[in-house]
Design a protein around this ligand. Sequence first.
Ligand SMILES: Nc1ncnc2c1ncn2[C@@H]1O[C@H](COP(=O)(O)OP(=O)(O)OP(=O)(O)O)[C@@H](O)[C@H]1O
Ligand SMILES: [Mg+2]
Length: 297
Amino acid sequence: MRVAGLVKRYPDRSAVDGVDLDIPRGECFGLLGPNGAGKTTTLRLLLGLTTPSLGTITVLGYPIPREARLARRRIGVVPQSDNLDPDFSVVENLTVYARYFGLSPREIDSRIASLLDFAQLTDRAKTNLRELSGGTKRRLTLIRALIHDPELIILDEPTTGLDPHARQHLWDRLGSLRAAGRTLILTTHYMEEAERLCDRVAILDQGKIRALGAPRELVERALPRFVLEIREPVDEGLSLDPACYRLERVGALTLIYAAQREPLADLVDRLHLTRYIERPTNLEDCFLKLTGRELRE
Ligand SMILES: Nc1ncnc2c1ncn2[C@@H]1O[C@H](COP(=O)(O)OP(=O)(O)OP(=O)(O)O)[C@@H](O)[C@H]1O
Ligand SMILES: [Mg+2]
């Protein structure tokens, strides 16, 4: 999958504003970014569901949007909001979708049986959609995307709204797809999810890529290794050795970064802190730093 110079303009803004990406086969790639960053628009461009204003797109060797219909036969899609048919049962939803890909009735039956098993949904096969919880519908949307055994799977916020069990289950299933050599491109607002699943991530903001690389690499590039989060007032006049500490104030929260743990422990003693957390920096810190801390949209 390769895009170069990708731009999507709407009358009042550019949703995607000069994106270059090269995602090799077999990679699990995460597209991160605040609300309105352009993640869904980028995925829709890859699928040929909307046409670019500028730039070139190649997916599985097909030029997009020109040969998008051919490409889509080899791509599985989990959209941001479920678009299952509420009047049908689980199996009926899968069957209708499978027919669209021209599978034979025998192939359809065996694919559905193995996918229901994969998602632990076998006992819900005949259940009507209206009786399913949001998490179960999300699992169904995932296996529906896999019905034609696609090489590339595009997932727009696959775990939003799921409880911790359902999320773990989905992570496990995505892990096994990755182990089976499938290419995964997903968006998520859960930084822990991106750190666990993705080989590389891009942080998108206002249609532009702000950072690209392995999650650990991005964190190391953006921030020192450790942070002290202080949840009590800290003297405004506090002076810290800039060679050792980096200080940031976010509302009532004070963040102090350092490359080692010891200087942070010293500070806890020196300031007699009682309400604090000392921890390694993570992708969420990096995300907040790169995209600013103000709300978007
Ligand atoms: N059809 C459209 N017409 C006009 N503007 C649009 C259209 N689709 C998206 N936009 C705008 O483009 C920007 C990017 O939207 P997009 O849905 O790609 O964001 P996102 O990163 O997926 O956000 P979220 O995390 O909230 O899903 C937003 O400002 C949005 O309002
Ligand atoms: Mg979106």
